[in-house]
Design a protein around this ligand. Structure first.
Ligand SMILES: Nc1ncnc2c1ncn2[C@@H]1O[C@H](COP(=O)(O)OP(=O)(O)OP(=O)(O)O)[C@@H](O)[C@H]1O
Ligand SMILES: [Mg+2]
Length: 132
């Protein structure tokens, strides 16, 4: 079984709830428990926020929700300026940080996360969760 839902959203914060609601709908349909559904919504929201705030592209970005029998994969794709993974610093446990947490949160909540990005080329974040 493979089904996918594709959407293009305006790069505006008020539409992030459309992505979160879709994540919630699909995850619920696939039988994830309520806590995991909340985790997936949070991870998707963080990836959307990044596409809106950091990509520098103010038109649209894309999402793809891919349902496999035991796995939900979500891709968040923008065609903005991208960034350098080498320069990304993961937050330090000793320092209380108020920002720079999004990617860390996504990686902690999802089972696998891949980031395809390079400066000037846009960003694709691919995150998956396995149905227990
Ligand atoms: N889609 C993107 N396009 C361009 N740069 C990005 C993108 N996503 C992340 N980045 C870069 O990676 C950095 C880390 O992202 P992360 O979400 O971890 O933290 P943040 O967005 O700065 O803060 P927070 O998510 O806590 O509000 C960002 O500051 C930005 O430089
Ligand atoms: Mg962020």
């Amino acid at each position: 079984m493979r089904e996918s839902i594709n959407m293009s959203l305006p790069s505006k914060p008020e539409y992030v709830s459309v992505a979160r609601l879709t994540a919630s709908f699909v995850a619920n349909q696939m039988g994830f428990d309520i806590e995991t559904i909340e985790d997936i919504k949070l991870a998707v929201g963080e990836a959307c926020n990044n596409a809106i705030l950091h990509s520098g592209s103010d038109e649209t970005y894309k999402l793809e929700f891919i349902k496999l029998s035991d796995n939900l994969t979500i891709e968040v794709i923008d065609h903005g300026k991208g960034f350098s993974i080498e320069k990304y610093k993961k937050p330090e446990a000793e320092e209380l940080q108020e920002s720079g947490l999004g990617l860390f949160i996504i990686k902690s909540l999802m089972d696998s996360v891949e980031i395809e990005t390079s400066e000037g080329q846009g960003t694709k974040i691919i995150m998956s969760k396995i149905v227990e």
